[in-house]
Design a protein around this ligand. Structure first.
Ligand code: NAP
Length: 265
């Protein structure tokens, strides 16, 4: 990577940040696309100094991750409509000192669910956190029937009210068309866990696991064994990152070109 006096600085803000794949992916994009920029990771449990740094240095594009996605909103000058509805921002673009927040997870979820028609389908989402909100936003716009299971039923109920879906306190042991994991269950190092019992999945089901480490989770493996169509969280991760660059650079970048960059296991 070559730097120059005009190299532009971009970053991911989070805490902890050690496992983030964003620097690797965004720096690969800058290198291959000949963009004079560098992408670093800034670890701080407080969002205020990160935003101050963004305005001062300046940082042009910031990816925002746990635990700042919701708390960052009051620090921004503008928040786009989808991010406001989802209630979280994972991207900030700094245009001449004006900070605008976006939610590109929504674009990532849309891309992951392109494998199926969602209108009128029964979709079960496990989890009711930030990522589940982006999932429900996409399900609602596509006209799916939304079902949400979360171990904290009040969170599932809130999501159900906001996006128009049914909430469950227990895993509903019946068949759905699409199953989505929006919890960290199954994520490394807890690779033996699965959020959705294998018995609920059928040949012809669609299973989307937002978890991308390991590359094949137990849920994905079992769904394949049942003959389901399986989508990895890596599809979402790549699409949301490419959208971040599109928002900054104002031009399209091919996602396929970078799929191999994310060597995870
Ligand atoms: P979050 O806001 O912390 O929400 C996590 C959700 O999972 C909550 O509903 C939580 O339930 C539930 N949960 C946590 N541990 C659980 C367990 N052991 N058993 C059952 N439920 C559990 O996190 P998030 O940002 O939504 O992220 C959720 C997952 O999506 C993570 O694995 C994250 O890595 C992944 N993700 C992937 C992408 C991508 O690009 N592929 C993007 C964003 C997120 P409680 O409320 O009861 O704690």
């Amino acid at each position: 990577m070559q730097f120059s006096p005009s190299t532009q600085l971009n970053a991911v803000f989070g805490h902890p940040i050690g496992q983030s794949l964003s620097p690797k992916l965004h720096n690969a994009i800058y290198e291959k696309e000949n963009i004079d920029a560098v992408f670093l990771a800034f670890d701080n449990s407080d969002i205020a100094p990160l935003i101050a740094a963004m305005r001062t240095l300046p940082i042009h594009l910031a990816a925002v991750t746990i635990p700042h996605k919701e708390k960052v909103i009051p620090f921004l000058d503008n928040v786009d409509a989808a991010a406001r509805e989802v209630g979280s921002v994972n991207t900030i673009i700094n245009e001449a000192g004006v900070l605008t927040g976006y939610n590109t997870d929504v674009v990532g979820v849309r891309e992951a669910l392109k494998v199926t028609q969602l209108a009128g389908k029964d979709v079960l989402t496990a989890g009711a956190g930030g990522a589940a909100r982006a999932v429900c936003f996409v399900l609602r716009e596509a006209g799916a029937r939304i079902h949400i299971f979360d171990r904290t039923v009040s969170k599932a109920e809130t999501l159900g009210r906001e996006f128009g879906g049914e909430a469950y306190a227990e895993m509903p042991h019946r068949e759905f068309d699409v199953y989505i994991n929006a919890t960290p269950v199954g994520m490394s190092p807890n690779e033996n866990e699965t959020p959705i019992p294998k018995g609920m999945i059928r040949s012809g089901s669609v299973v989307f696991d937002l978890v991308y480490k390991p590359r094949e989770t137990r849920l994905m493996r079992e769904a394949k064994e049942k003959g389901a169509k399986v989508v990895s969280g890596i599809v979402m991760f790549l699409a949301q990152a490419i959208e971040q660059e599109r928002l900054w650079l104002k031009r399209e970048i091919s996602a396929e070109r970078y799929a191999g960059t994310l060597d995870l296991d």
